[in-house]
Each structure stands twice: as C-alpha cells, then as structure tokens.
Design a protein around this ligand. Structure first.
Ligand code: MG
Length: 383
C-alpha cells in the first residue's frame, strides 16, 4: 500500500536546555545510561515505522556533539526558551507535511514505545494527545511562603511528553503565539482547542534534580573477596586499623584483607580490572605498601572511569581476635578512604563456626560489595 505523506508522523525531541538543576556540572542530556546517553536513549525510542522523521533540537554550544550522535537525523540549534526551540523546529519543517507532530522532552528517556504509539493514534483521531498522570500530593497555590488556596485535585493533572498534535494545528498555534509557555498543550489550548488527554506513565519521569540520577537503572554492583594467612611477627591491620594480636596477616603489601576485598568491590562496580591487575604483587613498588594507599589509588581510578561509589558493605571472617571493639574505627577509616559518609559503609565480623581454614585460625577472609553510580559519560574527557 502506498503510504501518503500526510499519514506520517514527525517527532521533535528537545535537548536544548542547560539542565542546571541536576547539579551534574555538565548537560544532563549527556548523562550515561549504559552504552548510550540520556538524549540518545530518548531519541531512539522514536525510531519506529510510524515515525518518518525525527528532529533533535540541541543547545547551540552542544550542536556539533549532538550532530555526531545522530548522523542520520536532522539536528538543529534551539532557542533561548523551550517554546522558542519548538518554534524553530516547526519553522524548519515549514515546507513539509505530516499528519501528526510529537514533541518530547529529551530528559524523559524512560518513555515507552507503547505510549508513543498511543499518543500518535489518539492525536490522529482527536487532533491532540497529552499524557497525564493524576496528582498524588495535595495541590496548593503558594506565594511569598504562604499557601493561598488549596486546589481541587480531582480536576488537576500532571502533563508529560510526548505530546501529540495534528501537525497543521500545532504549527499554526505556535505561529500565532509569542513568548514562553509551560508546554505545547498550553500553546495548543491558547489557539482555541481543548487538548485531549491519554493516561501517562509513572516510569516516564523527567530527569531534573540530583536524586533523579540516583536511580536503580544507573547503578552497578561490584563484589570482592580476599583471604590472607596469619603469621607471627606481622602486625594485624584490618580496614586500615591496627589491631593488637599475637599474629598478623602475611602478604606482599601490609595484607589488609578487608581493604583488599573493598578495593576489588569498588573496582568491579566501576567495571575496572581487579586488584591483582591494578597493583600486581610482583611489582616491588607495592612491597609492604599500606593498603590504605592502594584503596585511595583505586578510588582515583574509579572516579576517572566516571563512577561515584554510593555504599560499601563488608564482612570479615576471623576466628580470633574479637573484632567488635574495632568495627566503628574500621568503618570510619574505610569511609574516609573511599570519600563517603560513615553511614554508607558497613563492616560486620563473623567466625566460621569451626569450619575450614579461617576456623582453625590459619587466616582471615573478607568479602565486600559496593554499589556505584555512573556519573560521567564514557569518553568524556573531564578532570
Ligand atoms: Mg589480598
């Protein structure tokens, strides 16, 4: 069947904001989500047969970089405000004809293709489609620090994107308005239409504030395990804390088994090779080195790889000595070396109940897990 151009849909994805509320220190559109960035993840959702053209709007300063991300798409520079950016995209499409235009915030990468299809279908049938969610909190009108009115929640909703419109109508609506508007449905509304709603998605969040970037989707976990023999004539150092005991751990470095497990956990959480690769025990520079120094170096590598460690949890398996009196100090010492708050580091101690080598007191083992967040995109050359 020959498809007429007027059945086609165009998608405009907006990525021209600065995203300064995210506190990332760089444009949130470039925040990494696995192999892709936020803007790539959002744009790729619109690569479906129903959509014949995608236009990406980027900030002038990011234009080259965004163009390189989408060699097959049209990338244009946005304006000063969101509304200006949409206006520019619609002007760019002036000579073209579509049935439906979708306008989407590039900071909503979790949108489903099911919602995109629903918006296209509804907009084609009803002239517009705005995904909305019910308001969960009580809604107040506030000014100068005081609540002035309580709004009726039943007649309010939160509007998401993508918002879909009959192409000719939204183009005319933008051509007839000047200034900045909350979203595209407001512009459409002002041109005399009632925008039609469709149910939105709770997962379709707009990444805005720092906590939006601390999501499970962005986390990775790392695990570490180590064991060292106990020998006479060695100090016992665990988690950077010297513990009075008649024997100590034997190894090439100071043999701090707890720190070694933590190092492997943080390195693994950042996708880096393990302690043996980073600090080989055949290298004389690591002979008797303090493992605290190794953990600090591992943390630099983690940061350089673009990760921030969120929390660490470790267990020491030792028959003796009793470690309970030193747990608080070990936590504080590890937290300082990792550069996170004490309450984000947990250390527990256990015996192995007369089973295995650690039970016979021949050695001490340690296990650790770390959770990290990717905070800087791969290949981003930042200091
Ligand atoms: Mg070791």
């Amino acid at each position: 069947m020959k498809s007429s151009p007027t059945n086609k849909t165009v998608a405009i994805v907006l990525g021209a904001g600065k995203g300064s509320r995210s506190d990332l220190g760089y444009n949130k559109m470039f925040f990494p989500m696995g192999e892709k960035t936020v803007i790539q993840t959002a744009v790729d959702k619109f690569r479906i047969p129903e959509i014949s053209e995608i236009i990406v709007v980027a900030a002038q300063s990011d234009l080259c970089r965004v163009k390189a991300m989408f060699p097959d798409l049209t990338v244009i520079a946005g304006g000063k405000t969101r509304s200006d950016s949409v206006r520019r995209a619609l002007e760019h499409l002036e000579s073209k004809s579509f049935k439906v235009a979708l306008i989407h915030d590039g900071a909503r990468p979790f949108v489903s293709q099911k919602l995109i299809r629903k918006v296209i279908k509804t907009a084609a049938a009803s002239g517009s489609a705005i995904p909305v969610l019910p308001v969960v909190d009580a809604l107040k009108e506030v000014s100068d620090g005081y609540i002035r009115t309580t709004l009726v929640r039943d007649v309010t909703a939160c509007a998401q994107t993508p918002q879909g419109f009959e192409f000719m109508r939204i183009r005319r609506a933008y051509a007839l308005t000047i200034g900045e508007f909350a979203d595209d449905s407001e512009v459409y509304e002002r041109s005399g239409y009632d925008p039609k709603t469709v149910p939105g998605e709770f997962s379709n969040v707009k990444l805005t504030y720092p906590h939006d970037f601390m999501r499970a989707e962005f986390m990775s976990v790392g695990y570490g395990f180590d064991v060292h023999q106990l020998r006479e004539g060695r100090p016992l150092i665990l988690g950077g804390v010297t513990i009075p005991y008649e024997r100590g751990l034997y190894g090439h470095s100071d043999a701090d088994v707890l720190i070694h497990a933590v190092i492997d956990a943080v390195l693994a959480s950042a996708g880096l090779p393990d302690i043996g690769v980073n600090f080989p025990d055949t290298d004389p520079q690591y002979k008797d080195i303090s493992s605290a120094v190794l953990l600090e170096r591992a943390m630099s590598a983690v940061k350089k790889a673009g990760y921030r460690v969120g929390s660490v949890s470790a267990t020491v398996v030792a028959e003796a000595p009793r470690l309970a009196p030193y747990i608080v100090r070990m936590r504080a010492s590890l937290a300082a070396l990792i550069g996170i708050n004490k309450d984000k580091v947990s250390v527990s101690a256990t015996t192995s109940e007369n089973l295995g080598a650690t039970a016979e007191g021949k050695g001490i083992a340690a296990k650790a897990v770390a959770i990290s967040y990717r905070v800087i995109p791969e290949n981003e050359n930042r200091q």
